[in-house]
Design a protein. Structure first.
Length: 284
């Protein structure tokens, strides 16, 4: 009867028994895991100490053996060498002493007369020492002389004037939303339209300006200059080029950020001795 009660109790409490068994098992495993690495580390340390001691002993023994053999070799007399040989060798050295080449080396400044110095040098050395005189041809400026009374300029592009030349009365700039004087013409033109030179001249500068974009300035003589802005970067001229009237120097590009609200256009400016003048007075 008691056995049945015990079995019935175990069946009712089997979860707790299983839990207790698992805890005991885990505890035993943890002890094994903690103890075994300690033993392995100790074994490895013992092995390393044994190896080091063995290697040190072997090296010491081999070094002692080698030193002993070397000492023995140095102490053993050479049977083939005799006192007579020693005396003969000393005699040979005395008879054949070492001599130094006493040939006189002539260097720079040892020839005495400077007029005959070049006679002792190779032609290629003479060519290196003598300075080479290169004549530089003077820069010939092109013969250009613009006469505003006799020659009229041409329009660089064909289009309406969006913003007129005005040095007296301020004009309104839409993008900047302000009034200011204008030393140039803003001529309407489509993107990609060719820009022509207003008169014969020389390309003076090519710059990428914040306000007028890619800008070309041409000098025409007698203080006259023309400036072409809002061009694309694929120009057909470079600084120093001589250009003819009507020659294409580039194409119109999109407006710069200072004039982005303005339609595509060409910025065209004329100066005489750096003073802006109205381009319409010089164009036929």
């Amino acid at each position: 009867m008691k056995l049945k009660n015990i079995i019935a109790y175990i069946k009712r409490k089997q979860f707790y028994f299983a839990l207790f068994t698992c805890c005991v098992t885990l505890f035993l495993i943890a002890i094994l895991v903690w103890v075994r690495p300690k033993e392995e580390e100790q074994e490895i340390a013992n092995l390393n100490s044994d190896v080091v001691s063995n290697e040190s002993t072997d090296e010491l023994t081999s070094n002692l053996v080698e030193n002993d053999e070397t000492d023995n070799e140095e102490l053993e007399p050479n049977e083939d060498f005799t006192e007579n040989d020693y005396e003969e060798n000393d005699t040979v050295e005395a008879i054949n002493p070492i001599t130094i080449n006493t040939e006189e080396v002539v260097g720079e400044g040892d020839y005495g007369d400077p007029d005959t110095y070049e006679e002792h040098l190779a032609p290629e050395l003479i060519a290196q020492e003598k300075p080479v005189m290169v004549e530089i041809a003077p820069v010939v400026k092109p013969n250009i002389s613009y006469n505003a009374d006799k020659e009229k300029m041409i329009w660089p592009v064909e289009g309406d004037i969006l913003i007129p030349f005005s040095m007296d009365t301020p004009v309104y700039f839409k993008t900047l939303d302000q009034y200011k004087i204008n030393p140039a013409l803003f001529i309407a033109a489509n993107v990609g339209n060719d820009v022509k030179v207003a008169a014969e001249g020389v390309v003076e500068t090519i710059k990428n300006e914040p306000e007028s974009g890619m800008t070309v300035t041409i000098y025409h003589g007698n203080g006259y200059k023309t400036t072409y802005g809002q061009l694309n970067k694929q120009l057909s001229v470079k600084e120093g080029d001589l250009v003819k009237k009507g020659q294409v120097i580039g194409q119109v590009d999109k407006p710069s950020k200072y004039h982005v609200l303005l339609a595509s256009h060409l910025y065209f400016k004329v100066t005489n001795n750096e003073k802006p003048i109205d381009p319409t007075k010089l164009i036929k």
